[in-house]
Ligand binder design. Structure first.
Ligand code: IMP
Length: 181
């Protein structure tokens, strides 16, 4: 399936599942080397990161923990920049090595908000790992430590990412087809 319609929008296949898997393999290798022996706490950002989090941690044969938090920062196809509080963070953070797992870093507002909230809990370290990164949309200065795939600034779905609720279950990544002007 190379072309799909979700609600009112059309998408075409941009990254096949095999390429997404290969990128996650590479990232898992990086994280294994960095966190072996440190028992990191992975913090997946729901809803989108459920897919990436599962795919990543099943490749990590190191001692680690995983939990999920929720923030709301996005509506439709453009980032609003609005964020709310972190919901569901019950683990002890102080002194821990934290790896925030994102489905995609777009403007970076969400990641900034999460890092600010985590800093209040005095972790030993915090890094960010994301399935997708849009460098051209990024407005923050925080380094994005671990990126599986850098993509152009276009709206995408699949592998956990949605368009108003649809598309999260699609393997691979699909990019919006912009109608001809
Ligand atoms: P940011 O705060 O602008 O970095 O946006 C982060 C959140 O916006 C992500 O966790 C996604 O939920 C959503 N988002 C950003 N870009 C896209 C996209 O291309 N497709 C689907 N969701 C996106």
């Amino acid at each position: 399936m190379t072309r799909i319609r979700l609600h009112d929008l059309d998408f075409e296949l941009f990254l096949p599942e095999a390429e997404v898997n290969a990128a996650i393999d590479r990232l898992a290798g990086e994280l294994r080397a960095k966190y072996h022996g440190k028992r990191p706490l992975f913090v997946g950002v729901l809803n989108g990161a459920f897919f990436f989090a599962a795919e990543l941690v099943k490749r990590l044969d190191i001692e680690c923990e995983i939990t999920f938090v929720k923030v709301a920062s996005y509506l439709g196809t453009h980032s609003t920049g609005r964020v709310t509080d972190l919901i569901g963070l019950n683990e002890r953070i102080e002194g821990r090595h934290i790896v925030v797992l994102e489905d995609i870093v777009d403007t970076g507002n969400t990641v900034k908000h999460i890092l600010d909230a985590l800093a209040d809990h005095h972790p030993a370290s915090v890094s960010i790992a994301t399935l997708l990164f849009k460098p051209d949309a990024y407005t923050q200065t925080i380094p994005i430590d671990h990126v599986a795939v850098r993509i152009p600034n276009a709206f995408v779905v699949g592998s956990g990412l949605d368009h108003d609720g649809l598309g999260r279950n699609l393997p691979g990544i699909y990019r919006i087809i912009t109608p001809a002007q």
